[in-house]
Design a protein around this ligand. Sequence first.
Ligand SMILES: N[C@@H](CCC(=O)N[C@@H](CS)C(=O)NCC(=O)O)C(=O)O
Length: 205
Amino acid sequence: MTLKLIHFPQTRSLRVVWALEELGVEAEIETRLLDRQYLKGSEYKNLNPLGKTPVFFDGDQRIVESIAIIEYIAKKYAGGRLSRTPEDDDFGAYLQWLNFGEAGMGGYVNMLIAQTALLAEDQRIPAMKIWAARETENCLSFIEQSLGDNDYLLADFSLADISVVYLLFLIKITGNGDILSEKTAAYFRRATARDAWRKSCALAP
Ligand SMILES: N[C@@H](CCC(=O)N[C@@H](CS)C(=O)NCC(=O)O)C(=O)O
C-alpha cells in the first residue's frame, strides 16, 4: 500500500488528514505552503489537473474530491470505520450529511468567502454576498435543527462530521463565524476538541 496526500494547511486536504488521523491509517503526507500561483502552474497541475487541493494517490490511482477520498480510505483501509453501509439504519442520513458538506453547502460557503474575504473589495458584488449569506444561514439552520440534542450529526462521530465541520472551520477563519448559532458553535468546538483534529491542524510545511 502506497498512500500519499499532498496537503495544504487549512484547505480541503485537511479533511483527508483528519480522516487519516481518526482512522489510524498511515499515509505519506507531503505538506506544502498554499500558493495559488503554484496550484495553477504546470508542476502542480501534473498532480491535479484542476489546480485544486486535495490530491491523493493510492499507488498509481489518483483521487481529487475530498469527500470521495475520505470515504475511499475508510472503506478500503479502515474496515468501514466512521462510515456506514446499506445495512445500517442511518445509511441514508450518513450519505446525506457526507455529501451535504460539499455538494449541498460548499458552493454557498465558497461564495460567501469570495464575497467577504477572497475578492478585492472593488470586485465584490453586494447582492451576491447577501444571497450567499442567506443560503449559508439556511444550511446552518438545517444543521442546527438536525443536531437536536446529539453531539454529532449521527449517533456518534463519523466522516459526515469531518465533511460538515470543515465548512464551519472555513466560515470561522474567514471572519464569518458570527453567523453560527450557539448550538452549531458548540458542535464545532466539540468536534475540533478531538485529538485527531488538533494533530491535523499542527501539520506545517
Ligand atoms: N470539491 C472539491 C473542492 C476543491 C477545492 O475547491 N479546493 C480549494 C481549497 S479548499 C482550492 O483548491 N482552491 C484553490 C483554487 O480554487 O484556486 C473537494 O472537496 O475536494
